[in-house]
Design a protein around this ligand. Structure first.
Ligand SMILES: NC(=O)c1ccc[n+]([C@@H]2O[C@H](COP(=O)([O-])OP(=O)(O)OC[C@H]3O[C@@H](n4cnc5c(N)ncnc54)[C@H](OP(=O)(O)O)[C@@H]3O)[C@@H](O)[C@H]2O)c1
Length: 324
């Protein structure tokens, strides 16, 4: 297991700088893809009212960072943004100092993902959320188009920069999966923040070079999916999916080993999986997906639970492999 500079884990509610964006964010950001109800990715459906109440509970907690996307929802129908928009409307606006980030997605029908589509995607997001601007807006999963297409004239990146210049977006980020693709975007020097997912967890640390590169440039660094989509929270018996697909036997076995180790020390697996990210000094905020109001208090408690140093030492001895 590879782990670079570690610090005392930040509490979920501690606020710190998101790189040099000027934004202050909590150590944990709430991810909202599960509450959009996407049973094919998470294995269960989520009721609309429960989702809206989850967002309201987040607003009432010390957490100050929420992550969504134009495309979160069954068939990319924007259910996540609509449900968040409903919570914002019930509260008469976002709480003070709250950072809400969304992402540009391709047209769900044509797949078009050029500059015009990025601008349209942004307008759709604002309409669903009932807002007029966003402090942080990401280009989402740019691995869906070629780098030259995205960075060429009329491409998605040009539109992202235009949105920042217009002042309707405070900072722009790039959010996606494959590390080589993400490094290409980070090295353009055009983005203020990067979001990586599923690649800095107890099961996979292949994002480390990306975290280091982004940090050396003063970018905001966000690590999403510390539970690898749920297996490191619910455990491999209850949740047999890894990164939104059937978990390979080897992953189920490694997760079970990690769970047994945590049990031996009397610490819940999700607390260890969460703090693995919270104690990484290269990461400004960790995005955790939840779809139930009761998760919010659990999450804060898990971020603050004492974890014996001996457990970390043993965790480091558990084999780890990278995924591509
Ligand atoms: N390309 C991208 O930009 C990208 C990719 C992936 C993720 N993300 C963002 O990052 C967020 C996090 O990723 P993720 O949601 O896919 O994965 P995750 O955070 O690794 O895991 C989410 C899962 O963990 C479960 N969970 C959370 N706390 C739990 C607890 N205490 N006990 C039991 N189960 C618990 C949730 O269950 P419940 O639903 O039952 O609460 C959900 O099934 C996403 O929601 C999204 O906002 C972005």
């Amino acid at each position: 297991m590879i782990e670079s500079a570690v610090r005392q884990p930040r509490s979920a509610t501690d606020r710190g700088a998101l790189g040099s964006t000027g934004l202050l964010v909590s150590g944990v950001c709430i991810g909202t893809s599960p509450l959009a109800s996407m049973p094919e990715l998470y294995g269960y459906a989520v009721d609309r009212e429960l989702a809206v109440q989850t967002v309201e509970t987040v607003f009432d907690s010390g957490l100050r960072f929420l992550d969504t996307s134009n495309g979160y929802g069954d068939g990319g129908d924007g259910a996540s943004e609509r449900r968040i928009g409903e919570a914002i409307a019930r509260r008469g606006g976002l709480p003070d100092g709250f950072v809400l980030a969304s992402k540009a997605d391709p047209d769900p029908v044509s797949g078009r993902f050029d500059g015009e589509r990025v601008l349209r995607s942004f307008e759709e997001s604002l309409e669903r959320l009932g807002l007029e601007s966003l402090p942080l807006f990401y280009l989402h999963d740019p691995e869906r188009i070629s780098f030259s297409e995205a960075t060429g004239p009329g491409g998605a990146v040009e539109a992202m920069i235009a949105l920042r210049e217009s002042g309707r977006v405070g900072s722009i980020g790039v959010a996606g999966g494959p590390i080589d693709v993400m490094l290409n975007y980070v090295r353009t020097g055009l983005f203020d923040a990067v979001l990586t997912h599923n690649r800095y967890t107890l099961l996979d640390q292949s994002a480390l070079p990306l975290l280091q590169e982004a940090r050396s440039r003063g970018m905001g660094v966000v690590n999403a999916a510390p539970y690898a989509g749920g297996i490191l929270a619910k455990g491999p018996e209850a949740h047999r999916l890894y990164m939104y697909g059937a978990a390979p036997d080897e992953t189920l076995a490694r997760s079970a080993r990690l769970q047994r180790l945590c049990e031996r020390y009397g610490v819940p697996l999700p607390a260890v999986a969460l703090q693995f990210s919270l104690r990484q000094s290269l990461i400004d905020s960790t995005v955790v997906g939840v779809s139930d109001p009761r998760r919010v208090d659990d999450l804060i408690a898990n971020s603050e639970r004492a974890i014996p140093p001996e457990l970390w030492a043993e965790i480091h001895a558990v084999d780890s492999e990278s995924v591509s």
